[in-house]
Design a protein around this ligand. Structure first.
Ligand code: NAP
Length: 293
């Protein structure tokens, strides 16, 4: 069996069309333009390219897009001051602080200083708590993107065995919580694995749906996958340079071998990655819609 590809690029394009249409409607009916501010501290090249992609996508969708680039020496007080101004600005519905932050700045204090209504990354403790309670206003972007890929590829989740590899606060833990909720499009039996899991393969081989966010190239081999499973590869690992001088990327799954065992699989690049930015845009649109009543 050669697995069908779940093409995040195509699904993301479709959802961006939906967002652009809703954005135009919001502007025409309520005079409201969704506003997104991105804040980058320092000059990390990967962070720079993520932030400029986010700002560019926001502009393409017809959003009001503001980008702040601060020097690496910025103090926590200066960043908190900027956040206070963004919190108070009615033209900004979403605030995104690009992580990681320089070490003199306390990440949790900064994330906690964003008004929960403007927290389009869904990292504020209030939004994390609401997600756990099954009553979220906003979903974290990468897990929301994974969920959309599962739903739009017709993957059965109700009663399914889902195994998540990786327990980070931004991917593993929230997707595990989302899929375990007592709700339509969820109701899965979820196992959350990590580096202290005793026999990883014994768990992954039971999975109807295997979601991998470990940050380890080829951590998942064909022998670790149940025939017919749906495999979502979240990993983005830089493993060299292409002929064009760009970073060569690979996921956490041994794609060529696992493709022969799984029924559906996401490629890297072109799988989960394009969905993450798209979900950020959808969160910003929803924040603007809520602000407009
Ligand atoms: P992270 O904070 O780096 O944590 C990795 C998690 O994987 C940890 O919980 C770790 O266990 C677990 N892990 C690592 N190696 C393992 C192994 N061999 N077996 C079992 N568990 C293992 O993770 P992250 O921030 O979620 O990122 C994970 C990957 O996804 C990275 O490649 C990242 O670049 C990518 N990512 C992609 C997107 C996207 O939009 N496509 C978004 C976010 C992240 P312990 O807790 O025990 O250490």
């Amino acid at each position: 069996m050669t697995a069908e590809l779940i093409r995040g690029t195509v699904v993301a394009e479709q959802i961006r069309g939906e967002i652009a249409a809703e954005t135009a409607r919001l502007r025409e009916t309520r005079g409201v333009v969704p506003g997104l501010v991105t804040i980058l501290v320092g000059e990390d090249p990967a962070s720079q390219s993520y932030v400029s992609a986010k700002s560019r996508t926001a502009r393409e969708l017809g959003f009001h897009s503001v980008q702040h680039t601060l020097p690496a020496s910025t103090s926590e007080a200066e960043l908190l001051d900027l956040l206070a101004r963004c919190n108070a600005d009615p033209a900004l519905h979403g605030i995104l602080v690009q992580l990681p932050l320089p070490k003199q700045i306390d990440e949790q204090r900064v994330l906690g200083a964003i008004r929960p209504e403007k927290d389009v990354d869904a990292f504020h403790p209030v939004n994390v708590g609401k997600l756990l309670l099954g009553n979220p206003d906003v979903l974290p972007c990468t897990p929301a993107g994974i969920h959309e890929l599962l739903l739009r590829s017709g993957t059965e989740l109700d009663g399914a065995e889902v195994v998540v590899v990786g327990r980070s606060n931004i991917v593993g833990k929230p997707i595990a919580v989302m899929l375990a909720q007592k709700a339509p499009g969820a109701n899965a039996t979820v196992t959350l694995c990590h580096t202290r899991t005793r026999d990883l393969a014994a768990h992954t081989r039971r999975a109807d749906v295997l979601i991998v966010a470990a940050g380890r190239p080829k951590a998942i081999t064909a022998e670790m996958v149940k025939p017919g499973a749906v495999v979502i590869d979240v990993g983005v690992n830089r493993v060299g340079v292409t002929d064009k001088g760009k970073a060569r990327l690979c996921g956490d799954v041994d794609f060529d071998a696992v493709r022969e065992v799984a029924s559906k699989i996401t490629p890297v690049p072109g799988g989960v990655g394009p969905m993450t930015i798209t979900m950020l845009m959808r969160n910003t649109l929803r924040a603007a819609q809520r602000a407009a009543g």
